[in-house]
Design a protein around this ligand. Structure first.
Ligand code: ADP
Ligand code: MG
Length: 319
């Protein structure tokens, strides 16, 4: 069972940034309005994510760390089939199998908080206001081979920041702060979507991009498209969300790319942030720990609408 946990963890937890992604995801699910991410040594030494969400009742803390599907997975084949179905209820269990973890939480209305140590299973009273703090220490401490694959602290920190950024762009209503080695490295206050884009992507991106907006029946596309002169050599500023979820999707990327085809040459990469809202019955979202696949009922239509929406945004800028 320990082995299977660790194999499953390999799917969910590649590096500190994967832990950050999952913990921030949970904080958002819990309805947090403020999320703090505190990192030590690029997240390898420690990752602490604190939220002011609903919290977890003391008696449910042990459950939160249990893998929901434990009894169902007996072989690698079964593990694979679980992987394609998505890893709901796997994240905390997976993380606790490859790191030291403790969860402190105070449920709405509870007299005080409780802290659960994942390894010892010890549950003790703790002090904190409503919400949850998850602390993850010494990632891959028991699997030196995996730990060896981690890059420098600076690189791991950059990946952690990117994880927070992806969440932050989609949730301007939530405040985020990120600390590294006790120093505040990012602070994004809750506010409008415009303000969040400017905070996260910078004033330069705002100046060199144009608003995208298109609405067609059950499909709404909005965000910002970078002008051709803002293009980069790396695809490091391309964000696409489908119904609030960050995705990497070839069809959408191609739709955007084709909007730029007459204005962008060579290997230059456009910058963009696009939010696609579509009626849930027109899209299948398949959540895999590391990649998020979407299948649209009418892919051609989405492709075209995305292309036109971006083309329109770029054309406006030249008139
Ligand atoms: P999932 O998010 O898919 O349910 P996780 O392993 O990420 O699985 O979390 C397990 C459970 O622990 C969640 O379903 C939730 O009930 C609880 N939980 C985890 N993190 C938090 C949090 N920050 N606030 C409140 N509840 C949480
Ligand atoms: Mg989760």
């Amino acid at each position: 069972d320990e082995l299977i946990s660790q194999i499953a963890a390999g799917e969910v937890v590649e590096r500190p940034a994967s832990v950050v992604r999952e913990l921030v995801d949970n904080a958002l699910d819990a309805g947090a309005s403020q999320i703090q991410v505190k990192l030590m040594a690029g997240g390898v030494r420690a990752i602490v994510v604190e939220d002011d969400g609903l919290g977890i009742p003391a008696e449910e803390l042990p459950l939160a760390l249990k893998r929901h599907a434990t009894s169902k997975i007996r072989s690698l084949e079964e593990l694979e089939s679980v992987a394609t179905m998505g890893f709901r209820g796997e994240a905390l269990a997976a993380i606790s199998s490859v790191a030291e973890m403790s969860v402190a939480s105070r449920f709405a209305g509870a007299a005080h908080a409780h802290r659960l140590d994942a390894r010892s299973g010890e549950l003790v009273p703790a002090a904190r206001s409503r919400g949850t703090s998850v602390e993850v220490r010494e990632l891959f401490f028991s699997t030196p081979a995996r730990r060896k694959f981690l890059k420098t602290d600076a690189t791991e920190l950059a990946h952690c920041l990117e994880s927070v950024r992806r969440h932050a762009l989609a949730r301007p209503d939530v405040g985020f702060t990120v600390w590294h080695e006790g120093k505040l490295v990012e602070q994004w206050r809750a506010g409008s979507s415009e303000a969040r884009l400017a905070d996260v992507l910078g004033d330069e991106f705002m100046a060199e991009s144009r608003p995208v907006y298109a609405e067609n029946g059950p499909l709404r596309i909005y965000g910002r498209a970078g002008l051709p002169e803002a293009a980069r050599s790396r695809a490091d500023m391309q964000y696409v969300y489908v119904n609030g979820r960050y995705v990497r999707d070839k069809l959408i990327a191609h739709g955007i790319r084709s909007a730029y085809e007459d204005v962008l040459h060579g290997h230059r990469q456009p910058c963009y942030v696009l939010f696609i809202e579509i009626a849930p019955d027109r899209v299948d979202v398949n959540v895999h720990p590391t990649k998020i696949e979407v299948r649209f009922r009418d892919g051609r239509e989405v492709h075209q609408r995305v292309r036109y929406a971006v083309q329109d945004a770029l054309a406006t800028s030249r008139s």
